[in-house]
Design a protein around this ligand. Structure first.
Ligand SMILES: Nc1nc(=O)c2c([nH]1)NC[C@@H]1CN(c3ccc(C(=O)N[C@@H](CCC(=O)O)C(=O)O)cc3)C=[N+]21
Length: 291
């Protein structure tokens, strides 16, 4: 049986460290979250983020806009948040309603406040190994891996998924850890065989329980990024499952993250960490400019 990582406990200790650092600052970091439309699952995340932001001593600014919001109105809000000195981090919850141009909205976010690490600037900085803001979920995964594995030099890492928010940045971070990195995805041939080569397997493809127990190398470390809501056994109820068939995988893997209670809580903790990083950088740059 694999060792099951408790992401909730790890995230709690991360947040305690963030709270302790926030308490020493001469200013209060502020994090703005923008939610367009009323997807119930998104609403829960936004509420959790807001609560935890306040718990670590930061200010939370929530903007809930109707689903019919226009591109111009959303752009205007992002620009106002860019200009607002009380706001150090901006997160626009994705996916946006279909009539909105997501790329243009992301491009409008000031890279200094881009706590999701989604702007071309932050993606480029990450690809070049330069300090920027790193997407929260990838950062959370790397923190878990560093804690459990320490030095990852020479290990085979397989990332299943190629999104800008998760797959691509995780691959960059694993390269920085000296892993040999393969990026696979839903169209990859012989996906099971490729997964089986992984010492570290990152499942971020967004397909519930795609990755089976017999795709996993015995003793491998499996990080399940998937958050899929599926019908539960009880009629009318739903449950969260990952991209990994957990009950099988737990028999084969050496270390594994569960869903829920694995990567999800780390994502929010890393969002707060990015907000703190952004706030410190913005405020020290301001100080320099003023002196
Ligand atoms: N710009 C943007 N950045 C995001 O990072 C982003 C986003 N948009 N859109 C939506 C997804 C989803 N997401 C989650 C974060 C934490 C949990 C989380 O904490 N989950 C808990 C359980 C939550 C529950 O039970 O519902 C867990 O896995 O244990 C889940 C999902 C961030 N996202």
């Amino acid at each position: 049986m694999a060792d099951i990582i408790d992401g909730k406990i790890f995230a709690e200790s991360l947040r305690a460290g963030i709270a302790a650092e926030v308490a020493t600052l001469a200013f209060t970091p502020g994090l703005a979250v923008v939610l367009v439309g009323d997807d119930p699952a998104s609403k829960v995340y936004v509420a959790n983020k807001a609560r935890q932001t306040v718990e670590v001593g930061m200010r939370s600014f929530e903007h809930r806009l109707p689903a019919e919001t226009t591109q111009a109105d959303l752009l205007a809000l992002v620009q106002a948040l860019n200009a607002d000195a009380a706001v150090h981090g901006i997160l626009v919850q994705l996916p946006l309603p279909k009539h909105l141009n997501t790329e243009a909205i992301i491009a409008a976010i000031s890279p200094a406040k881009d706590v999701d690490g989604l702007t071309v600037t932050n993606a480029g900085l990450l690809a070049n190994g330069l300090p920027g803001l790193v997407p929260c979920t990838p950062l959370g995964c790397i923190l878990l891996l560093q804690d459990r594995l320490g030095d990852m030099t020479g290990l085979n890492a397989v990332v299943v998924g190629r999104s800008n928010l998760v797959g691509k940045p995780i691959a960059q971070l694993l390269l920085q850890q000296n892993c040999t990195v393969t990026i696979a995805h839903s169209k990859t041939r012989n996906l099971d065989q490729i997964c089986k080569t992984a010492d570290i397997l990152i499942a971020a493809v967004g397909r519930s329980e795609l990755i089976k127990g017999n795709w996993i190398k015995p003793g491998a470390t499996v990080i399940d990024v998937g958050i899929n809501r599926v019908p539960a056994a009880e009629p009318g109820k739903t449950k969260l499952v990952g991209d990994v068939a957990f009950s099988e995988a737990v028999q084969v893997a050496g270390i594994i993250t569960p869903v829920p209670g694995g990567v999800g809580p780390m994502t929010i903790a890393c969002l707060l960490r990015n907000a703190l990083t952004a706030a410190k950088r913005i405020e020290t740059t301001l100080e320099k400019e003023l002196s």
